[in-house]
Design a protein around this ligand. Structure first.
Ligand code: ADP
Length: 378
């Protein structure tokens, strides 16, 4: 087992594309960190750097404390699983599993022991004599993982390993992977563009955008305390609603939020109010998750107009715009339990849970207690 350290890594490809900017992150021994971000943000590049398939332009990469920048892939004891699992089609499962060990000239008995270990670990016992085409997609994926695990790597790298599977199978295999990695305790970097996958699998989740690490935190912290508008708008399904707003002072020394020509009173203790003085009347971005917007019973709250409603059975996602914004405001999503019929153009009253309100400065950075920082919500 081994820890992984990225220390100020830059990667510039021949031709000049800079894919990674000053990336620093430590993955602890036995930890599973999910790297997540939109397509093209640099996730696979980081994985390829770890595997030794690319070299860093600047910075140091360590596995188990040892700098590996100059170490060829075969000397890193790193195993990688890709999205197209590329099993050898003419070889049985057993021979596919044996292959990485035969390449290393291990004695026959050792090879058999290792194959048996991995077959038991992954529930492949009954499938060892089948060819890949005689397996289901999920079984093939398990064999691919087995082939990566069979040489007992110190580090396991997974690059979108579930993207070829249908939705149901994906959930099942995701759970199996989580269980497997917990049992083996192998340090793992798991790359995905799917935030739900990252949040369910990762001990921590590292969110990146345009080659830069945005935030790394346990899933719950990422959800509750996003460091900037990118993370807030990326994590969650649907993600956090973000909309322009201003803070103003009330006559009695409190604060309220201005949204176009509507106002939302905020209940904050007085010492906290003082901390927000510097932000009064500055253009800010407010953030509220879909589950923190409710429908008001009477005529209080904010007026909004329904654009669309998605009836999902267990819940209704209501898409609406807050009334009275100068430009047509962004579409907000409200999550309501059960099926609640609405029609387009209907005016509703929203009562946001202002204790769950997030505020971000003009650069998109989270404001915590009136300070640019990341630790807490308001
Ligand atoms: P992701 O895995 O997040 O989709 P990648 O790491 O594949 O992102 O790519 C990051 C950036 O680097 C993209 O702009 C991509 O076009 C560029 N890139 C990736 N591989 C190469 C390469 N071999 N040569 C030049 N540019 C590349």
């Amino acid at each position: 087992m081994a820890s992984i350290d990225f220390e100020h890594i830059d990667k510039i490809y021949p031709g000049g594309t800079q894919a990674i900017f000053d990336y620093s992150l430590t993955v602890a021994d036995g930890e599973l960190v999910a790297f997540v971000g939109p397509s093209g943000c640099g996730k696979s590049t980081l994985l390829r750097l770890l595997a030794g398939l690319e070299t860093a332009t600047r910075g140091t990469l360590r596995i188990g404390g040892q700098a590996v920048n100059a170490l060829p892939p075969q000397r890193r004891n790193v195993a990688m699983v890709f999205q197209d699992y590329a099993l050898y089609p003419h070889m049985t499962v057993r021979r596919n599993l044996e292959f990485p060990l035969k390449m290393r000239d291990l004695p026959r008995a050792g090879i058999e022991r290792q194959v048996q270990w991995v077959a038991e670990l992954l529930g492949l016992d009954g499938l060892l004599d089948r060819l890949p085409r005689q397996l289901s997609g999920g079984q093939r994926q398990r064999v691919a993982m087995g082939r990566a695990l069979v040489r007992q790597p110190t580090v396991f790298l997974m690059d979108e390993p579930l993207s070829n599977l249908d939705a149901r199978l994906r959930v099942q295999i995701r759970a199996e992977i989580g269980d497997l990695l917990e049992r083996t305790g192998i340090t793992t970097v798991y790359v995905t563009h799917d935030q739900a996958e990252a949040m369910t699998l990762g001990d921590r989740v590292a969110v990146m955008d345009h080659g830069r690490l945005q935030q790394v935190a346990p899933p719950r912290q990422l959800y509750e305390q996003p460091i900037n508008t990118f993370v807030a708008g990326f994590i969650g399904n649907p993600p956090m609603n973000l909309f322009p707003a201003r803070l103003t002072a009330t006559l009695d020394g409190g604060l309220r939020l201005l949204l176009g020509d509507q106002t939302l009173p905020l209940t904050l203790p007085t010492p906290t109010v003082d901390r927000w003085r510097a932000w009064l009347d500055a253009p800010l971005t407010a953030g509220l998750r879909p589950e923190h917007l409710r429908l008001a019973a009477g005529d209080g709250g904010l007026s909004a107009t329904v654009g669309d409603a998605e009836y999902l059975g267990h819940e209704t996602l209501l898409h609406l715009r807050i009334d009275g914004m100068t430009a047509p405001g962004p579409l907000l999503v409200v999550r309501l339990p059960g099926i609640r019929p609405f029609h387009k153009g209907e005016v509703v009253r929203l009562s946001p849970d202002s204790t769950q309100l997030h505020l971000f400065d003009a650069d998109g950075l989270a404001l915590v207690n009136g300070t640019v920082g990341a630790d807490h919500i308001l």
